[in-house]
Ligand binder design. Structure first.
Ligand SMILES: *[C@@H]1O[C@H](CO)[C@@H](O)[C@H](O)[C@H]1NC(C)=O
Ligand SMILES: *[C@@H]1O[C@H](CO)[C@@H](O)[C@H](O)[C@H]1NC(C)=O
Ligand SMILES: *[C@@H]1O[C@H](CO)[C@@H](O)[C@H](O)[C@H]1NC(C)=O
Ligand SMILES: *[C@@H]1O[C@H](CO)[C@@H](O)[C@H](O)[C@H]1NC(C)=O
Length: 351
């Protein structure tokens, strides 16, 4: 099939698809929230490293970035690697075949030096839709008296992580500081996670409108600093933000049967790439060859050549990864193809 007919087939299948299943990734067992009593105020003891915060009067000044003019975009044919574990050390070589690395903003200086030095498109990951209690700027949250910043905990393994009010000036100021930090680190783009609070028991009445407004805010702040921005999951709002993002990052769109939601990205004059991650079935069992092949086949059917799928922990090694190719899953690349993944230890959840 040539490209136009692939796109046409994708568009047709998209129009036949019934309404997207609103994804409630964290509301189902085993990820149900455990502390869903909305907290009006957390007693803070941690220090806040952001200037202008905390502001106990609630009179926070947020200066919005100027209208962006030009910013960095990944090539539509980029191969990618996602390494979100905060203590993983990543080193790249120029010829490792990977164009885009998506790494935690709190990765080590050596990790940034290696990837940027090798000319990689470095995407800085942070959670924009939740507060994580182990982050260095944790002490900046929830001083915004009179407004509710924190909602339910995310649940499951993320019980120390809380949905945030994405309309709060305080939350936006914290995220603006993170975006500035990403720019200072030399990141090419940001990957703001947990943009889909609206689909979860969030405790702060988050809506799709809130997320759309938040994407536009984050996009302006990132692009005006020369960086691109992803849309992470949040497929329900994708049609509303196609001009505000530069690529997609997805988890399990094959497994959830919703990769076709990206057709608006691929129908653009310059199609946007999508970096998709498939985890082992149910995120706990080993991959079987059959399941991996099916996953890759679906991935290619949907968006090739603009959708790239990595199979995480394939086939049995904790940190191994396989890439879907036209011939099916590539042989597992030990350690995800990373040259020195010194933080990649047995039993670690890869991202
Ligand atoms: C890494 O994240 C975990 C939670 O997943 C946290 O407990 C730990 O303190 C973090 N480590 C660093 C160095 O930030
Ligand atoms: C979220 O923040 C906005 C802006 O400060 C505020 O108007 C709204 O009431 C807050 N939401 C909740 C649930 O408190
Ligand atoms: C998002 O876009 C869709 C399709 O164009 C539209 O129907 C919907 O109302 C928009 N949602 C919001 C919250 O603006
Ligand atoms: C995955 O496969 C390995 C090697 O065959 C085996 O030791 C391990 O128990 C399997 N894990 C699960 C969850 O089935």
């Amino acid at each position: 099939m040539n490209l136009p007919s692939i796109l046409l087939a994708a568009l047709l299948s998209s129009s036949l698809t019934t309404a997207l299943n609103l994804r409630k990734r964290y509301d189902e067992a085993p990820f149900k929230p455990t502390k869903c009593a909305v907290k009006a105020k957390v007693t803070q003891t941690a220090a806040c490293p952001i200037s202008g915060l905390p502001d106990s009067t609630g009179g926070i000044t947020l200066t919005i970035a100027p209208e962006p003019t030009s910013w960095s975009k990944p090539s539509p044919s980029s191969l990618f690697q996602v390494v979100l574990q905060n203590n993983t050390e990543v080193r790249a070589s120029v010829d490792d075949g990977i164009d885009v690395y998506d790494i935690d903003i709190d990765s080590s200086a050596a990790t940034f030096a290696s990837l940027i030095g090798a000319g990689k498109y470095v995407v800085c990951y942070f959670s924009a839709g939740t507060m994580e209690t182990w982050r260095s700027d944790f002490g900046c949250f929830n001083h915004n008296l009179g407004a509710q910043d924190l909602g339910c905990d995310v649940g499951g393994p993320w019980a120390n992580e809380f949905w945030v009010n994405t309309s709060s000036t305080e939350v936006r100021k914290i995220m603006q500081a993170r975006i500035q930090r990403a720019a200072d680190l030399g990141c090419s783009a940001i990957d703001p996670d947990n943009m889909d609070g609206y689909g979860n028991q969030n405790g702060i009445g988050a809506t799709e409108e809130d997320s759309i407004s938040y994407v536009k805010f984050l996009s302006r702040e990132a692009r005006s600093r020369g960086m691109g921005i992803s849309l992470k999951n949040a497929l329900e709002i994708l049609p509303n933000v196609t001009s505000d993002v530069d690529f997609g990052v997805n988890e399990q769109c094959n497994e959830y049967d919703e990769c076709d939601s990206y057709t608006p990205f691929w129908a653009l004059p310059t199609p946007l790439p999508v970096f998709n991650i498939e985890y082992p079935p149910h995120n706990k069992d080993n991959w079987t060859e059959k399941y991996a092949e099916k996953s890759c086949d679906e991935s290619l059917d949907w968006g090739y050549p603009y959708m790239f799928t990595d199979l995480k922990n394939y086939p049995t090694v904790t940190c191994a990864v396989s890439r879907c190719t036209e011939d099916g899953p590539s042989p597992a690349v030990p350690n995800g193809g990373l040259v020195i993944p010194s933080g990649c230890v047995d039993g670690m959840q890869y991202n």
